[in-house]
Design a protein around this ligand. Structure first.
Ligand SMILES: Nc1ncnc2c1ncn2[C@@H]1O[C@H](COP(=O)(O)OP(=O)(O)O)[C@@H](O)[C@H]1O
Ligand SMILES: [Mg+2]
Length: 582
């Protein structure tokens, strides 16, 4: 358990650590104030119960009484009441401030941690994302980080409530040894039993709950993401029941967890009160005078109402830490990994430079295998893509065309061999390589945003050049369409471009690739999904760029690539130059 908190501590920066320590001190002061408030009731009750205490030389009440110049009995009671009121108001005002500081620390840093985790995922290589389901990563960012801060606050609870219990224990010990030791021994026994029984179990429940969370998110996404196919095939029931299965597992784990966190309170209360009253009964039986209990009992009752929930919170915090263990481990490993392999050029400092390509691109002895797969996709590929030539890759589907192009793009790394630009490996400056590429995949990823934002795709609003946008819209023959829209470039195209046609979606993708005026254009079946007429129109636009750009085109319709200078056939793990059948 301490290891978990240690992991979180490791992730915090210097300032956060200081604030945390400050917060801890503030919390301890708050706890001290609470104790003061609890114990300040006793003198008042004592004074009512036994006015003679005012004449007692030893008692604190008597001392204060004389310090105030021995006012009348009633006046003194009123002064005490005023004192009590003041203590309670100050204590609770302080607590309000404390809660505010706590929430600020927790939520602000939680946000920063989420950001760091998301950033680390954005920086991860493409193969990492091929392996991980996005719903899982979503959960890590949005829920596990929350779990981590929950662990941190639970750790604080353990410390402060532990402190409260200890202080109250000492105070009560001073009031009555037998009762206190009896009650506390009993409570500690129950707490020990609880942690022994539920610690490991909560670990496991936590892990299973995390799995169910990711699956639950995934099924909601899949149900809504595939809505068109689902509706036409009438498979709503299947998707709903798949969601049900996972959400039921999630609900069950959450229920079990909430029970183990909540149950200690009533159990501790029942146990504590029984022990307390039991011991009193025992003392009465032993012949101790009942009047002796009056003030002690009141204090005990007040203290019990503070101590019992404290014990409950202690057990709850312990349960929460166990429950969040696997979430903390996930966040910890994600963030430390990212910190250890810090990229030289982070997201913020991406270079704007491009490679000044003179000769062209080449693959030398490139062999590729997907990680965690034994199947070699292609072996010892040696090809040249000269500058400003158009190169086509053809071949049966599943042959490895997309994979080869992904290797050339540098988002997949070859197992052997190199991809070179003018004889230099693209790994030497991958950002500069990417800066000169326009990439158009078969399915364009579109945001639920305006046409302008989808073409600029991440270029800051205030540096987007509308003239350039209109230019590329002309090139992809969307100019008239957008001109006639009442909202023009500000038209929202719906999620995934749901409000425009397939051809228009594809053209927006091409416009996006052209916007930066890239020297290398890569089309991976960019027009395959379109009807031949639209395809011909778009290819006309693309073909008009031939000769002034280096083009890499994957297509399955041979007519699409008939104007290319070089044709490569991808087949049986080999890439060979070929000609189109006449
Ligand atoms: N992430 C992956 N992990 C393992 N194998 C993959 C992965 N992606 C694609 N493949 C395999 O690689 C082969 C080539 O795929 P791909 O390059 O997409 O073919 P093409 O574009 O020529 O149709 C296919 O057999 C496919 O099963
Ligand atoms: Mg493909």
């Amino acid at each position: 358990m301490l290891r978990n908190i240690g992991k979180i501590w490791e992730l915090l920066n210097k300032k956060q650590k200081w604030v945390l320590v400050l917060l801890l001190i503030m919390t301890l002061i708050g706890t001290g104030l609470e104790l003061l408030a609890v114990s300040s009731i006793n003198p008042f009750v004592e004074t009512i119960n036994n006015p003679n205490v005012l004449n007692d030389k030893e008692a604190l009440t008597g001392k204060v009484y004389r310090l105030l110049g021995e006012p009348g009995y009633t006046e003194y009671l009123i002064i005490m009441l005023a004192g009590l009121i003041t203590i309670y108001i100050i204590k609770n005002a302080y607590l309000l401030v404390l809660y505010n500081v706590q929430y600020r620390f927790s939520f602000e840093n939680q946000r920063l941690m989420e950001r760091e985790l998301l950033k680390s995922y954005l920086e991860r290589e493409y193969t990492f994302h091929l392996k991980h389901n996005s719903a899982e990563l979503q959960r890590n960012v949005l829920q596990d980080v929350m779990g981590m801060y929950h662990t941190l606050s639970s750790g604080m609870t353990l410390l402060t409530e532990g402190g409260v219990c200890l202080a109250l224990f000492i105070y009560l010990l001073y009031l009555d040894k037998t009762i206190t030791i009896g009650v506390v021994a009993f409570l500690v026994l129950i707490f020990g039993l609880y942690t022994a029984v539920f610690g490991k179990r909560n670990n496991r429940i936590g892990m299973e709950s995390r799995k169910a969370t990711a699956m639950r998110v995934q099924w909601v996404q899949q149900s809504l993401g595939g809505i068109k196919e689902i509706k036409i095939l009438g498979r709503e029931g299947f998707f709903l029941s798949s969601y049900d299965r996972n959400s039921a597992a999630y609900a069950k784990r959450q229920r079990q967890y909430q029970m183990t966190v909540t149950a200690p309170r009533p159990i501790m209360e029942a146990a504590g009160i029984s022990a307390l009253l039991g011991i009193i009964a025992f003392k009465l039986l032993r012949g101790v005078n009942a009047s002796y209990f009056m003030p002690t009992l009141t204090t005990f009752a007040v203290a019990a109402f503070r101590v019992l929930p404290s014990f409950g919170r202690l057990s709850g915090a312990y349960g929460a830490i166990a429950f969040q263990k696997s979430a903390v481990e996930e966040v910890y490993s994600g963030i430390t990994k990212a910190r250890n392999e810090k990229k030289e050029a982070g997201i913020q400092s991406k270079t704007k430079e491009r490679i000044d390509m003179q000769e062209g691109i080449a693959c030398e002895g490139v062999t590729f295998k997907y990680p965690e797969s034994d199947k070699t996709i292609f072996k010892d590929v040696n090809i040249k893509i000269p500058k400003n030539k158009s190169v086509a890759f053809i071949g049966p589907s599943g042959a490895g065309k997309t994979t080869l192009v992904d290797v050339i793009l540098g988002i997949l790394s070859p197992v052997e061999g190199k991809v070179l630009v003018d004889g230099k490996s693209i790994d030497q400056n991958i950002d500069a390589w990417h800066n000169m590429i326009g990439y158009i995949p078969q399915t364009i990823y579109l945001m639920d945003d305006t046409i302008r934002k989808n073409i600029a795709f991440g270029i800051d609003d205030n540096i987007v050049d509308d003239n350039r946008i209109w230019e590329v819209l002309k090139e992809v023959q969307l100019y008239d369409f957008v001109k006639e829209l009442p909202e023009g470039l500000d038209t929202y195209i719906g999620e995934g471009g749901a409000r425009i046609s397939g051809g228009q979606r594809q053209r927006i993708g091409i416009a996006r690739a052209l916007y930066t005026n890239p020297e290398v254009l890569v089309l991976d079946e960019a027009t395959s999904a379109l009807d031949s007429e639209t395809e011909a129109a778009i290819m006309d636009a693309i073909n008009s760029l031939m000769g002034s750009r280096t083009m890499i085109i994957i297509a399955h319709r041979l007519t699409t690539v008939e104007k290319c200078d070089i044709i490569y056939q991808v087949k049986n793990k080999k890439v060979t130059e070929t000609t189109l059948p006449k």
